[in-house]
Design a protein around this ligand. Structure first.
Ligand code: BT5
Length: 329
């Protein structure tokens, strides 16, 4: 707790020095104790300079991710009340599932700095390098049936688009059902997994991965041509001016937007979410190729239904609803 107070004071002083004496007076502890707290903040990754007779200053607003950075200024009532931050984990979805089975409450958030076995859909991998992205899962306990789960994934895409825009100014698009793309490349993926009875969902794990501060070289060769990050995209037209973003700022906004969506789902305002999804869609109106199991067909993406199915007017003249599968634009 005291560590966080020291950190807050250093942040408020915007890179100016704060003396050990004034910190110790302000917080009512010895200067040795302040010195110890400064050291543990440094160990946690904060760049703090100590200069004799001047004191301490926080040097840059580094992109440090931990529970405190996410909680500080978080504007939600439910989502993120409990945050579990882990430096490295196999998959935040697997971890969240484990704690959900042990009773983790609605809105619990698991965040990792790195995933060693990040997961995509259908057993695919999700590349999750340390220190570069947002690798996060939320435990949700909505009172909905398994057929209604798709709306959570669609809603999460809307929340991600809004959070990205709000913090970075980047206008991304949604490729049905769950890819967030910039300039045709994937910047964010969503994996919703459920634990359910026949008619009722017990809990959902909403996993969101966002590539934030990667350079192109940070991506494994097999995805270099299809993946991008917010930093790469922001520097596309001005390579010398690549911006790095604070992951904690994006997470805070994302949790806030997710809570808005979650409240809409609880009120049954599914139509609002669908309408917003359409606004950001990079799929509707486009010529698409659909691959589902052994079946491949092409057509035009016309609309999405309230349960999230994509309506495709096929080139052979018939209209088909796509519930799952791969859709490329
Ligand atoms: C997804 O699957 O897009 C869902 C990704 C969900 C990741 C989050 S991170 C936090 C949470 N914990 C987890 O373990 N997972 C979730 P899918 O639509 O199947 O896309 C997977 C495909 O995207 C791969 O086969 C690659 O082609 C590509 N890919 C892998 N890593 C990527 C990355 N970092 N950026 C862009 N594309 C990537």
């Amino acid at each position: 707790m005291l560590e966080q107070k020291v950190l807050e004071i250093l942040k408020q002083n915007n890179e100016n020095y704060v003396s050990g004496e004034s910190l110790s007076e302000h917080l009512g502890v010895t200067r040795t104790s302040i010195w110890k707290h400064i050291n543990s903040l440094k160990e946690a990754g904060y760049n703090i300079e100590s200069v004799t007779r001047k004191g301490y200053r926080l040097i840059d607003s580094s992109d440090i991710l931990n529970e405190f950075e996410v909680k500080n200024g978080l504007q939600t009532d439910l989502i993120g009340n409990k945050i579990v931050y882990i430096k490295e984990v196999d998959s935040t979805n697997l971890y969240a599932r484990k704690i959900a089975l042990e009773g983790a409450e609605d809105g619990t958030v698991v965040i990792a700095d790195a995933q060693t076995a990040g997961r995509g859909r259908l057993g695919r991998n999700w590349s999750s390098m340390a220190g570069k992205g947002i690798w996060m899962s939320v435990v949700l306990r909505p009172q909905i049936s398994p057929e209604e789960v798709q709306i959570i994934t669609l809603g999460a895409s809307v929340a991600a688009i809004k959070a990205i825009y709000d913090v970075t100014g980047i206008r991304a698009g949604i490729k049905w059902p769950n890819d967030i793309i910039c300039d045709g490349k994937k910047v964010c993926g969503i994996l919703t997994e459920m634990n359910s009875e026949v008619e009722m969902v017990n809990f959902l794990i909403l996993g969101i991965g966002i590539n934030v501060n990667h350079t192109i070289l940070d991506f494994p060769d097999e995805i270099k041509s299809i993946a991008t990050s917010l930093a790469v995209y922001s520097g596309m037209n001005d390579k010398k001016n690549v911006k790095l973003f604070r992951r904690s700022d994006i997470i805070k906004k994302l949790l806030y937007e997710l809570e808005q969506i979650y409240n809409k789902i609880k009120k049954g305002a599914v139509k609002d979410i669908i309408d917003e999804w359409k606004l950001y869609s990079a799929t509707l109106g486009k010529q698409v190729r659909v691959i589902y199991k052994n079946d491949t067909y092409t057509g035009t993406a016309l609309d999405i239904r309230d349960d999230g199915r994509l309506v495709v007017k096929c080139d052979d003249g018939c209209t088909r609803d796509v519930f799952s599968g791969e859709v490329s634009v």
